[in-house]
Design a protein around this ligand. Structure first.
Ligand SMILES: N[C@@H](CCC(=O)N[C@@H](CS)C(=O)NCC(=O)O)C(=O)O
Length: 217
């Protein structure tokens, strides 16, 4: 018997859905997964169920939560270890998660998530490369302070969940990265939940493919 539902979009493309899904999985919430194929913006079926017209959207034991960062915080109420235990590290993790949630628009536009394609060398606008540089600095600081392989040490937590779609973008678009960033990308890609998301994305129907993501300008 599930205790609610998590509404997400096409796994191949929906970066925000991946964040919410990871948080829910890491917290072990028992919810039905509802996947709505993205229409490329303003998807009618998503608008019909989600208060902000976007995915991810979580309903759980009477709670209704939209916005991936709010979903992450809700999941941490059930599994507080998803944030670092130590106060200053926890504050740092929340700061970089919030920075991800609020920013990096140029990277998103120039290098959209597409788990099934490879576009090495493309998408390198100056603005996107500035976002890549900032992300590498964020990763270097956290990895340097906590020793990796994940941002705050041995466990894959909510900060990693917020940056996981960036990892997939880096795999698809292959910007030049430092050795430390490449090691982090490899660690996230190898995580069982990321492996599962990629496998499920690969099994989505061909009818869900969107030309704007398959044949970017
Ligand atoms: N700030 C939101 C962003 C959510 C978002 O932009 N989701 C996209 C899919 S990745 C969406 O639902 N777009 C509407 C659509 O494609 O119909 C969050 O953190 O959850």
């Amino acid at each position: 018997m599930t205790k609610g539902r998590l509404v997400i979009g096409t796994k191949r493309y929906s970066s925000w859905s991946l964040r919410g899904w990871l948080a829910v999985q890491l917290a072990g919430l028992e919810v039905e997964e509802v996947v709505i194929p993205l229409a490329g913006g303003a998807t009618g079926a998503i608008k019909a169920v989600s208060p902000n017209g976007m995915v991810p959207y979580l309903e759980h034991e009477g709670a209704r939560i939209w916005e991936s960062l709010a979903i992450a915080e809700y999941c941490a109420e059930f599994e507080p270890s998803l944030w670092p235990a130590e106060r200053t590290a926890r504050a740092h993790a929340r700061a970089i998660a919030a920075e991800m949630h609020a920013g990096f628009r140029s990277l998103r536009i120039a290098m959209p998530m597409n788990l099934g394609r490879s576009f090495p060398g493309r998408g390198r606008t100056p603005e996107a490369l500035a976002d890549v540089a900032r992300i590498e600095a964020i990763w270097a600081e956290a990895l340097g302070a906590h020793g990796g392989p994940f941002l705050f040490g041995q466990a894959f937590g909510l900060a990693d969940a917020m940056y996981a779609p960036v990892v997939t973008r880096f795999l698809t678009w292959a910007p030049d990265l430092s050795a430390a960033s490449r090691a982090y990308v490899a660690a996230v890609r190898a995580h069982p939940l990321i492996e599962r998301w990629y496998a499920e994305a690969a099994g989505e129907p061909a009818a869900w493919l969107l030309d704007k993501y398959e044949n970017p300008a």
